[in-house]
Write a protein that binds this ligand. Sequence first.
Ligand code: NAD
Ligand code: MG
Length: 384
Amino acid sequence: MTRSISIFGATGSIGDSTLDLIRGDRANWNVVALSANCSAEKLAALAKEFDAEIAVVGDEGCLPELRAHLSGTAIEAAGGEQALCDAARRPADLTVAAIVGCAGLAPTMAAIEQGRTVALANKESLVSAGHVMTAKVAQYGATLLPVDSEHNAIFQCLQGNDLEDVRWITLTASGGPLRTKTLAELDAVTPAQAVAHPNWSMGAKISVDSATMFNKGLEFIEAFHLFPVGLDRLRIVVHPQSVIHSMVEYRDGSTLAQLGPSDMRVPIASALAWPRRMDTACKPLDLPAIGELTFFAPDEERFPATKLAREAAHTGGAAPAVLNAANEVAVAAFLAGQIRFTQISAIVARTLEHYAPTAPQSLDDVLAVDAEARVHAGAMMELA
Ligand code: NAD
Ligand code: MG
C-alpha cells in the first residue's frame, strides 16, 4: 500500500539517506513536503525527482530562487518558519524531522499536534522541549519513532518487553575522532579535525557534537524522554567500532543489543517500515572483518559534555534547553574559527551557571528560553 511522507531537512545528511531509501522503494511512497533552510537548487531538484506537492525553504530570502527553479512545474513553493509549520500540518502518514538544531522544533510540534507519526532525527528539538513535547505527543495521540541510531536500537531492544523490567539502558558512543587526544591536544583541534568522524558521515554540527561528546549528552536527555526508565537507569559506554548501537539490560540479567553497519539508512529504514521491515542496500555486517568489539568508560575530564548534560537532565526544567542553545552557539562559533575546541564545553557550562530561567510550559516558552540562552551564550563567548 502506498504511504505518504514529508521530510523536513530533506537536503541534509539524514534527508539524503531517507530519500535514498525512498528512491529504492519508489512505488510505495508519495512525497508530500520537502524542506531545506536554503539550498534552493538542490531542494527543487529533489522536489521534481520525487514529484513533491510542496517545497519549503526555512529562509524566506531563498524563496525567489526556489520559485525560479520550480517554474513550469505544478510543485508549490513556500518560505519562512510559518510555511514550514503549515507544510508540517499537511496530511502525511510519516513526517521525518531531520532539520538540525532547535530550528526544527516548531515544525515538529506542528506535526505532533496533528497526531502524526514522526520519525525523529532532530534530537535538539526533544532535548529543548522535553516534557512540553512528550505531553503533546500524549495529548494528540502522536507517535515518535526514534531515528537516532542509539535510540532506534533501544526502541528495537524494548519491543515486547516492559519498561519496569529494565535494569539499564546503555547508550554506546564511538568517542568521536578525538577520543584518544590529550587535553592539550584537544585545545589545538581545528574544525576540519573535529568533523572528520571515523565511522559516520554526518552534517557539520552533529560531527562537532560527536567530537565533544555533546552528541552523547544530548542523546542521554533524548533517551530520558523517549524511554522513561528514570535517569539512574541510563548510562553511556564508549565503543569505538560503532557496531553495537545501544543495549538494554533486563532484571533477569539478559542484555539485548542491536548491531548493524554504521549507516544511518538502517535505523531510518526501521522507522520508515515500522512495524514491519524493508530492504536496504546497506553492506551487511561482516563480524570476522571487524574482529574485535571494545568498550571503555567515558572520560569526563577530557570530555565534560556528558557530565554537563547529565546534570542538566537532573536539574530539569529549562536547563536542557539552555544547554542545547549554548552548545549550538558555541559549535557555530567553533566552526567559524572564533573559539577553540575546548571552549565549547566551557561556554555551555558558564551559560548554565548564569542563566537559569523557570521551567517552560509551552512551545513559546521553550522558544523564548532558547532565544535568550543564545544571547547569554554569546555574552559568555565575549568573556572567553
Ligand atoms: P545536516 O546539516 O546535514 O542537514 C540539516 C538539514 O536541516 C538541511 O536540510 C538544512 O537545509 C536544514 N536546516 C538547517 N538549518 C535550518 C533552519 N534554520 N531552518 C530550516 N531548516 C534548516 O544535518 P544532519 O546531519 O542531517 O542532521 C539532522 C538532524 O539529525 C540533527 O538534529 C542531527 O543531530 C540528527 N542526526 C543526524 C545523524 C546523521 O548521521 N547525520 C544521526 C543521528 C541524528
Ligand atoms: Mg546517535
